[in-house]
Design a protein around this ligand. Sequence first.
Ligand SMILES: Nc1ncnc2c1ncn2[C@@H]1O[C@H](COP(=O)(O)OP(=O)(O)OP(=O)(O)O)[C@@H](O)[C@H]1O
Ligand SMILES: [Mg+2]
Length: 432
Amino acid sequence: MSICGLDFGTSNSTVGVEHQQQSQMVPLEHDSHSGKFETTLPSALFFDFETDDIYFGRQAIELYSRGEFGRLMRSMKSILGSKNMDEGTQIKHKRYAFNDIIGFFMASLKQRAEDYTQQTLESVVLGRPVHFNDDHPDLDLAAQNRMADIAHSVGFKQVSFQFEPIAAAYDYEQQVDKEELALIIDIGGGTSDFTLIKLSKQNRLKSQRDDDLLANHGIHIGGTDFDRHLSMATVMPHFGLNSCYIDKPTLKMPRHYYVDLATWHRIHLLYEANILRDISELARESQDKKAMLRLGQLLKNKQGHRLAASVEQAKIELSQYNETSIDLSYLLSLESNGSIEEPLQSEVSQLDLANSIESDVNKVFTAIDDTLIQAGLKASQIDTLFTTGGSTALPSVKKLISQKFSHAKWVSGDLFNSVGKGLLLDAQRRYS
Ligand SMILES: Nc1ncnc2c1ncn2[C@@H]1O[C@H](COP(=O)(O)OP(=O)(O)OP(=O)(O)O)[C@@H](O)[C@H]1O
Ligand SMILES: [Mg+2]
C-alpha cells in the first residue's frame, strides 16, 4: 500500500511520497522559466474553451497569461469553509460544483505523484488549516468532510487529516536533538496557522503527541488578503475606486466590485454579463468615465487574474527591493476619444505595502499572542521559532517576528515544502 502526504494549499500544493526507500517531495511540474522541475504545483486550473482540456499549475497560469480563450481558477481552497461552498460556477456551457473543480486538481496531483513513483497511492494524510472558517465550526467541519469526499472521489482509500502547522513542526523536529519548546508560524496564501509544541528526538516516533501539543490556533488571513489590500491601495483607483457619481458628487462608485476584483477567488464572479452591463452604466454616471471604461475593458477581456498576478508579483518583489512598479502596460486601451492611452504603471514601496497590510498583519500577531495565551506562556519562554509559508518572507512580518521573539532561536524552514514533508512523516507514522 502506497502512502503520501498532500498539502493542498491556497496558492501552492505539494505531495510527499516514499520513493526508492526515501522520503521525497514529488517534482510536480517542470518550470519553463527556471528550467527545473519544481516540487510545488500552483493551485490553479485553466479550462481551455478551444480544446475543452483542463490544464494545471504554472501551465494553467501561462496559458491564461498568453491570452488563450478559457477560464482560470485560483485559490479554490478559500472557497472551502465559506458560505459559497455550494454555489459552483459556470464554465463554458457547463455548471461545475466546486467539489468537481478541486477534484480535477487533486486528481492531477495524485496522477503526477503516481507517475513519479510508478505506484498507486492509496492512503493520504491531507493538510488542513486550523480553521477553514474562523467563526462557524459547522462550516469548518463541512469543509473537512468535503475535502475527504473529494480525496475519496479521486481514488484515495484511506484519508486522514493533520493540521498544517503540526505537520510543519514534524518537519522541523527532524533536526531537533534535545527537547525544545517550539512555536511554529505558517503564514501562507489563505491562512496563518500556529502551533506551540514540545519537540524532541525521542518523541519523533511516538504515535500519540497530545501531551506535547500546548496550543494550536489559526486565522483566515494570508497572502491573498495582502494582495487585496495592496491592490485596493494602489491599482484599483485606476479603475474608478473612490470616483464619484456626476449627479451625486459625494457618493462613490460601489466598492464591492473592486473588492471582488482584488480577491483571487471572487474575480470570476465579475465576468457575468449582468455585471458588465452594470459597469458600463456606471461609466456613464461616473465623474471618472475613463477609469470606469478601463474597468469594463478589463472585465470584458477577462484580465482580472492578470491584474491580481501583477499585484502579487510586485508584493513578492518588495520582499527583496525597497521599491518596484506594478506593470499594467497590458491594459492599454482606447480612450473615449478613440486614441490609445498612455501605458499605466503604479510605483509601490515597501512602506506602501506595509501600510496597506498593517491592520491584517496586526491581526495575525494578535492571533500569535492568543496562541501563547492558550498555552499559558510568554513569548520569552519560547526556545525556537520555526517559520514557513510564503508570506513569512514579507519584510514587515519578519520585523515583527524578530522584535517579539528576539531571544528565541529562529529557524526559517522551507517556505513551500515544510508542511508537505511533515504530512508525509505523519502518513508514515499512521499507515506504516
Ligand atoms: N518572497 C515572498 N514575499 C512575500 N510573499 C510571498 C513571497 N513568496 C510567496 N509569497 C506569497 O506567499 C503565498 C503563498 O505561500 P504558500 O505557498 O506557503 O501558501 P499556501 O500553502 O498555498 O497557502 P495556505 O497554507 O494558506 O493554504 C502567496 O500569497 C504568495 O504571494
Ligand atoms: Mg500552506
